[in-house]
Design a binder for this molecule. Sequence first.
Ligand SMILES: [Ca+2]
Length: 477
Amino acid sequence: MHKLLLLLAVLFLPLPLTAADRPNVILVMADDMGYGQTGYYNHPVLKTPNLDAMAANGIRFDRFYAGAPNCSPTRATVLTGRTNDRTGVHNHGYAINKQEKTVAQAFQKAGYSTAHFGKWHLNGLRGPGAPIFKSDAHHPGHLGFDYWLSVTNFFDMNPILSRNGKWEEHGGDSSEIVVKEALDYIRGQNDQGKPVFIVIWYGTPHSPFMAYDEDAKQFSQLQQQSKNHYAELVAMDRSIGHLRKELRDFGIADNTILWFNSDNGGLPRINPGTVGELRGFKNSVYEGGLRVPCVVEWPDHIKPQVSEYPACTMDIFPTLIDYAGLAKDSINDLSDGLSLADVINGEDTRRTKPIGFRHTGRAAWLDNNYKLVTLKVESRQYQLFDLAADPQEKQDILTERPDVANRMIAEFEAWNASVERSRTGADYPSGKVDPFPRPQQTNWLALPEYQKFFDEWKDRPDFKPYIDRELKSQGKK
Ligand SMILES: [Ca+2]
C-alpha cells in the first residue's frame, strides 16, 4: 500500500524538463522582406524552395504582422512582447530601454544558452551596419544574450562583425555567414547538453543590394537594384535550407522550434513588386508596411497547416513562455501579444485581443477583420477598413459602420493612453526611464570612436558612400 502511494506521489510530481526534452528555439528574421516575396505565394520571379519546404512542414501564418513598419521598433517587439513605443524604440536607430524584460533573459534564467547573430539595431545607432564595440552599453550581451556575433544595422557581402566585442572581417554572403556561425554555436552547446535560444537577424534583402553573380544570373532581365535584391533573397533562402538540413543531421530538428518572419513590409521601387497586392510599403501602417511572411516549424508538436489567424511579433514571447515552460513573470506585466499555442492546436480561430501599432505618430488597431488606421494620432481622425471584403484597404467604411468605428476608436484610445504611460517608465519598478548615455538615434559616422576607422574602411563598398558624405559635411572632402 505504502509502495503504491509512493509510486503515485512520484508519478504526480511535476517532471523537470531534461535538456533532451526542452525544445531548442531559433528565431529567424529577414530585413525588409515583403509579404509577396515567397515562392509559396507565387512570386513572379523569386523562388524560395527552402522556405516553401519549411512552410509545408509547419504552420504558415497568412496574416502575420510585424509589430511596427520598420526595423528597430519591430526588433523591440520581438524581444519584449510589447509594442515598440513602450520600450523606448520609437523609430529605427533608437535604443531599447535596458529596464525591459527580454525573451533572451527569460531563456537564460531557464538554463538555456542564448545567442544573437546578425543585425542588432537596438543600441541607438543609425547608419549602415558597423561592428559593435565591447564598451557599447546596449550590445546584445546587456539584453540577455550569452554570446553574440552582431552588427549595429543592415549588413551585406563580406561584413565586419563583432564577436562579443571583438571585430572580425568575414567573407561571403551575409545570410550564409550568420547561419554557419549559429550552427557552430548550436552544435557546441548541444554537445554539452544545453538547449539553445538563438536569434538570427539577417541583413537581407535590405540595401545595399549586393549578391553573388551566380545568384543574380537568373534575374538578368531586371534592373540592377531589383536584380541584386532578389539575388540576396536566393542566398537567404539557401541559408534556411542549410540551417534545416544541419538541424536534421544533428538529430535535433524534431524538437527545435524554428520561427521565421520578416521585420517589416516590402520596399518600393523594386520590380517585380514586394508586397503582393497590399497597400503601402515599409514605414506605412497600411497592410503592405506591416504584413509579412511567417512560418513556424516544430515537427514534434506542430502539424502542417495554413492559418488565417491574425498574429504578430508581440505574440512570439508569450507563445514561447507556453512552449518552453518559461516563468510566467519573465515578461513585463503589461504586454501586447498573446500565446498562439491554442491557435496552433486548432482550438482558437478568433483573436480576443486586438493588435495595436504605433509608429512615428501614426497608428492602427486591428480587430480580426476590422482595421482602424490613423495617420496622425493627435488629430483623432480615423479610417476603418474591413480586410475580409477589402484586403487592399481601398474603401474607408468609417461613416458606414459607426457601431464598429466607435467601439474600436474607444479601445484604441484607451490602449494609446496606456502606451503614453509606458513611455514615462510607469511599467518599470523605478517608475521612470533610465537615461540613455548619448542622444537617441546617433549616426555612428559622427562618433569619434568610429571615425578612427575611416581610413581603413573608406573603400569598402558598404561604407564608402556614407564615409564620403560624412567627410564632405566636415569640409574634409
Ligand atoms: Ca527592415
